[in-house]
Design a protein around this ligand. Structure first.
Ligand code: NAG
Ligand code: NAG
Ligand code: NAG
Length: 341
């Protein structure tokens, strides 16, 4: 085909000797443009074939999400971040009791694994407060089991001794609670041992775990692996904020584009495939349009972190979206008991 295109050029060359060289150059340019456009068309075809293949395959491997509990769709809005970290020592038994006393029946707690392979309700920030500047997976359970979480919390003396919970302890605490109490476990690990331990924990506590716990992860792959084994497991996906990148102006713009593409793929292709119930979105990246897009896929969007009373009122009355909050002291009471949302 290169030849076909060159042919008219070659005839021209014989008749117009003087513009010989110029045309020759043009020939190369035309050829390379021709090659590039063909290559692009090839890429586009390739992309569409991949897309169709993806849809066909996804029909077979798609995991249907379990129904979302009513408490995530009716008129209650708050979800207590670490059990209300501003008001109570985070990730502890006290924080669960505190949330219940404030009529907030949904808490988000951290889940990590220690070096010795124990699943604990803990994150790095709590360790930093007691001057252990390591990741949770670099300490053993023995090193941390005596930590009094209250001792570093400003209001800690109201709550007495609060130990770091293991996942087994947490399950024992949650078991006798009412049916409408839910714990969202934000899993920070992603390695194979962590997933294996998590699988074991879910399997041993099976009907209870899928009834009261919702697993939250940044990684769609972890969610897929676990939901394949436990189809009734409710899952949430956590989308990190990129606001902290805003100081790098150029990079931020590039990052924003990549992020937008990732968001579209995540929302339209991955989420329906792995079956997600909730999505956590940073408030800087949230708006009603994004909220509607997620709701179209049957996913409940949750905004983080909404702490001031005026912000809460805004999300309750105007945006009508549930939010993650670090403080339950300033929950505005909903006066209008509307059936709208
Ligand atoms: C939301 O639903 C849950 C469970 O059905 C119920 O316990 C709770 O009272 C409801 N909250 C509101 C504000 O309607
Ligand atoms: C744990 O810390 C709290 C708050 O400082 C304190 O009231 C409590 O006595 C401590 N418990 C123990 C066993 O040290
Ligand atoms: C965004 O998240 C990072 C950690 O994930 C945090 O350090 C940073 O403060 C957050 N930025 C905002 C604006 O919340």
């Amino acid at each position: 085909m290169h030849f076909q295109l060159l042919l008219p050029i070659m005839t021209l060359r014989s008749s117009f000797d003087s513009i010989n060289v110029m045309l020759c150059n043009m020939g190369t340019i035309v050829n390379s443009v021709w090659f590039l456009s063909n290559f692009t068309i090839f890429l586009i075809h390739y992309f569409f074939v991949l897309l169709i293949l993806f849809f066909v395959i996804s029909k077979f491997i798609k995991l249907k999400s379990p129904p979302i509990p009513k408490i995530f769709t009716n008129n209650s809005y708050c979800i207590a971040f670490h059990g209300g970290i501003f008001d109570v020592p985070e990730n502890t038994k006290a924080s669960i009791e505190y949330s219940i006393s404030k009529k907030c029946h949904r808490v988000l707690l951290s889940l990590s694994m220690t070096q010795c392979g124990k699943l604990v309700v803990l994150d790095k920030e709590t360790l930093e407060k007691v001057n252990i500047h390591k990741d949770v997976n670099k300490v053993t359970y023995n090193e941390i089991k005596d930590i009094n979480v209250s001792s570093t919390h400003p209001l800690g003396n109201q709550f007495g001794d609060q130990k770091i919970l293991t996942l087994d302890c947490l399950i024992k605490i949650v078991e006798p609670l009412n049916d409408d109490f839910y714990v969202i476990l934000h899993a920070s690990g992603s390695n194979a041992i962590f997933i294996e331990k998590l699988k074991q924990a879910i399997a041993t506590h099976e009907p209870l775990f899928t009834k009261k716990f919702i697993l939250c992860s940044n990684s769609p792959i972890i969610i897929y692996k676990l939901r394949k084994l436990f189809p009734n497991l409710m899952c949430a996906i956590w989308m990190d904020n990129i606001s902290s990148w805003r100081s790098y102006k150029r990079l931020f713009r590039l990052f924003n584009i990549i992020r937008s593409i990732y968001d579209v793929i995540l929302r339209n292709l991955i989420t329906p495939l792995i079956g997600v119930n909730l999505v956590f979105i940073h408030k800087d990246e949230f708006n009603t349009h994004i909220s509607e897009l997620w709701q179209n896929y049957g996913v409940v969007p949750i905004v983080y972190y909404v702490n001031s009373p005026s912000e809460k009122r805004y999300y309750q009355n105007i945006i009508k979206t549930r939010y993650l909050t670090a403080s339950l002291r300033s929950e505005p009471q909903i006066i209008f008991n509307s059936q709208k949302s």
